[in-house]
Ligand binder design. Sequence first.
Ligand code: GTP
Ligand code: SPV
Ligand code: MN
Length: 592
Amino acid sequence: MASAPHTLASLPEISKNVAAWVAEVAALTQPERIHWCDGSDAELNALRAELVARGELTPLNPDTFPRCYLYRSDPTDVARVEHLTFVCTRAQQDAGPNNNWMAPEAAHSQMRELFKGCMRARTLYVVPYCMGPLSSPYARCGVEITDSAYVVLNMGLMTRMGRAALERIGAEGGRFVRGLHSTGELDPKRRFIMHYPEELAIESYGSGYGGNALLGKKCHALRIASYQARTEGWLAEHMLIVGLQNPAGETHYVAAAFPSACGKTNLAMLIPPESLPGWKIFTVGDDIAWLQPGPDGRLWAINPESGYFGVVPGTNRATNRNAFDMISHDAIFTNVALTADKEPWWEGRKKHVPVTDWTGQPFDAAKGPAAHPNSRFTVSARQNPSYSKAAEDPHGVPISALIFGGRRRELAPLVYEARSWQHGVLVAASVASETTAAATGQVGVVRRDPMAMKPFAGYNFGDYFAHWLSMGERLRHAPRIFHVNWFRQDAAGKFLWPGYGENLRVLDWILERCAGRVGAREGAIGLLPLPSDLDTTGLDIDPAVLAELTAVPPAALKNELADIRAYLKDFGARTPAALYTELDEIERRIGA
Ligand code: GTP
Ligand code: SPV
Ligand code: MN
């Protein structure tokens, strides 16, 4: 017989708690049918075929982009919506000034009205998932209920989705994060992304896009998880994780937090330049890290995801060959343009020309870019040529350095090191970056984005900074903390630093600092590299530019410090005094 052996429990039998919640949601949303996802290839193939038949997915050129599909979202639904995202704790102060807040009861009743009958004539998909390797003690499970087959396909790539996750939930006594999602009418006026960290629950209505709809990602693995991590003594962060093997054969792992669309995926899959032979790069994760103090006193990291939902524009063979190859088969493209040959096209793609823009209209350069600036690819991490085996290790990888950074046209130098963990927490809390197309709203405006978590911390930043400080006290071998900036520009708007693969030169300095093999210059801001200590072999860079990149103008720094102080005050008494001590120290050093 071809059917599954009958010793396998049917999916609804595996966890009573999940089944009871599904019944409750079905009674509210009134779906035409219920589909429990097992995560099998057959299931995902059938869903893809169904979406193609309905015209919601377009198969791309089968010769050049085999098994790749284009999905066009609603043109008003193309990015995260921070102004419609809420953290609903009982006390408003627990969500903090960094979050929109609504009282849980008010939020639930508003959402109940939206969800009422919203799945009539639709299928309700039950999507059990595990964030992290299935056998990892650090992994956590959730169930997303959604009426979007596109969401199911994406969750199938981004998480360990299906029967095994449901079995883990059953074995854990039915404890899981409940994420209820409906695309609703895709009406921006009826769109809300609600989080109830105290209830381990998420309610998302009116969007089918990325972080608004793939609830395992930002909603669970960052907002809910950061809240849990605080009470349980770990960290859930917006960080890539990468292993770096130097020419001597030593491998060290680093984790780096940059705001959305500021270079995490690219750093996680970096290609060493030819002029730095002998280096190898291993990607553990490109967007989220869950960090736990290990029994050895070091900080250990797992990547809770199993795929990448990455920025498409800018990807090409020159900037990141691995990324380009990875997305040339078995990928979903969302909101890219099309060539005459049905190849996906985006700004930065060297070959061919777009004929159809991301909205499906004939391309007209006068109307804006062909691909949406936040167009994304979804692929399984297993397709990454530099995928690390350690990404499947249930205990994760030990972290030697934590790196923070943002997109800063001016001020922030190429790299510097914090003097201590406490100083490092101030450095991370002070991160500022230009806004990008990853969220709706203005692009290119500098804003504070502590730890790259402004849109993702599930609680008050004051408490979050205190938690970070306390983590340092618990780690006998805490990672060193660094700040980087790949985005300094000259007066003409040209990037001063070549970026991408060349960033390895900075990572090399960071690892040499960790090994105690290279010195640094004491600046007010922190420990700066001597330009001669950066390996520039084979790099065509003017020594004056390098000097500029490794220096901080004192007057600009003075203004920056005042701005940081004002920002920290927003969190009132919840801001730890230690951060002001560190600010005072920097001011003392510049003689402010
Ligand atoms: P999210 O998925 O939104 O969290 O973003 P991310 O941090 O993973 O950003 P990603 O690596 O996708 O990069 C976003 C944009 O920055 C892309 O257009 C890249 O081409 C560009 N970029 C990445 N690294 C560099 C760099 O070192 N220098 C410059 N100039 N641009 C870069
Ligand atoms: C980000 O915006 O940081 C992303 C994309 O990684 S999304 O999943 O849409 O949040
Ligand atoms: Mn991200």
